[in-house]
Design a protein around this ligand. Structure first.
Ligand SMILES: [Zn+2]
Ligand SMILES: [Zn+2]
Length: 353
């Protein structure tokens, strides 16, 4: 009768469901093809006992997988966990399922595994990704190592140091809970070596992706978990109706309505239509012409969101070639961003990547 010790389980919840949930939790994230393998292994145990042949992973249908996900979701509901899925923005665009903390912000996520200084650094890193390097002119939403190092320490702004707690909770320090000083730790930031090891552990933990060109961006799992928080934190959430067409830091794909941090943008800089690479084929298939659905500008697929906003620039490509000469590439992304902000039109020089 040890079942009494589990949270209430959905009707029909079996040992196979339990094994699936345990396996999924151990992995943290799962694609459908990984789910097929796991379910085939689980179901093969019973099959073999009954003298039937083992289950072929390919025979596990998406509906079967989703049924196990549904049961798992019901089982974990009582402990404030959720299972969500999102399509990966690169590669083949595989859908990925993950456990999500229903009440999610970076501070809560990281608090048990990272020091307060590290958590404060992660907030500065997110600000760099989603504010500093995410402007109407250049929506990079990724940083290279040099840019990640630039935020090693908090900016000192005329006595407005809000302390670690204030920064993490998005609290501007207006609350009456203790004055600056005694109750609030002073965030001294991280050393460069500490930033570098934190970045690699965030990649290892699956929070960040690191690209071939050395850019760090939020992983699919992080985006899934943090999307509501990102929108709340970086978008202007006024309830004005005429805000609808205005540029915002966090935007969604015209096709799938999921967040876009890597994809394509309308060539018209004032237009907010964005599209994932992995969504575009199906999107254009249903349309007669490749024009932006909102502003009707021709869609050339060469205006980018994500690191390609930097790496497609001839300046980056030339600089990459010269890098062997000892130049620090970490300055390259920064100088390209600075040029762009200064208004150097380089649009016509976009290079295929
Ligand atoms: Zn999409
Ligand atoms: Zn447009």
């Amino acid at each position: 009768m040890e079942d009494q010790w589990y949270p209430p389980v959905p009707p029909g919840y079996s040992n196979a469901h339990r094994a699936f949930l345990q396996g999924f939790m151990a992995r943290g994230t799962m694609t459908f093809s990984e789910g097929q393998k796991m379910l085939a292994e689980i179901l093969s145990v019973d099959a073999l006992e009954d003298g039937r042949p083992p289950v072929d992973p390919r025979s596990v249908r998406l509906e079967d997988f989703q049924e196990y996900i549904r049961a798992a979701r019901e089982a974990i509901g009582p402990i404030d966990l959720e299972i969500r899925n999102i399509r990966q923005q690169t590669g083949r665009g595989e859908r990925i399922w993950a456990f999500i903390n229903a009440q999610s912000d970076p501070a809560t996520q990281m608090a048990t595994t990272h020091t307060p200084e590290e958590v404060a650094y992660i907030k500065r890193l997110l600000d760099a990704m989603f504010e500093e390097y995410n402007t109407p002119r250049m929506e990079v939403m990724a940083v290279d190592e040099g840019q990640a190092l630039k935020v090693s320490r908090p900016k000192r702004q005329g006595g407005r140091e809000s302390g670690i707690n204030g920064q993490l909770n998005g609290d501007d320090g207006g609350g009456g809970d203790g004055e600056e000083g005694a109750s609030k730790a002073v965030d001294r930031g991280l050393k460069h070596s500490e930033v570098l090891s934190l970045l690699s552990s965030l990649v290892a933990e699956g929070w960040l992706d690191k690209s071939r060109d050395g850019f760090y961006s939020l992983s699919a799992r992080s985006l899934m978990e943090l999307q509501p928080w990102l929108m709340l934190t970086y978008n202007d959430n006024g309830d004005d109706d005429d805000d609808a067409g205005r540029w915002q830091h966090i935007k969604v794909c015209e096709a799938c309505k999921e967040i876009v941090t890597y994809g394509q943008r309308c060539a018209n800089r004032d237009c907010i239509v964005r599209l994932h690479d992995v969504c575009e084929e199906a999107f254009w298939r249903t349309r007669r012409e490749r024009k932006c659905p909102k502003c009707k500008t021709a869609w050339d697929g060469k205006h980018y969101v994500g690191e390609r906003a930097v790496t497609s620039r001839s300046g980056f490509q030339n600089g990459r070639g010269r890098r062997s000469g000892g130049g620090r590439r970490s300055d390259l992304a920064d100088s390209i961003a600075a040029q762009e902000e200064a208004g150097n039109e380089e649009d016509d020089e976009d290079v295929e990547v």
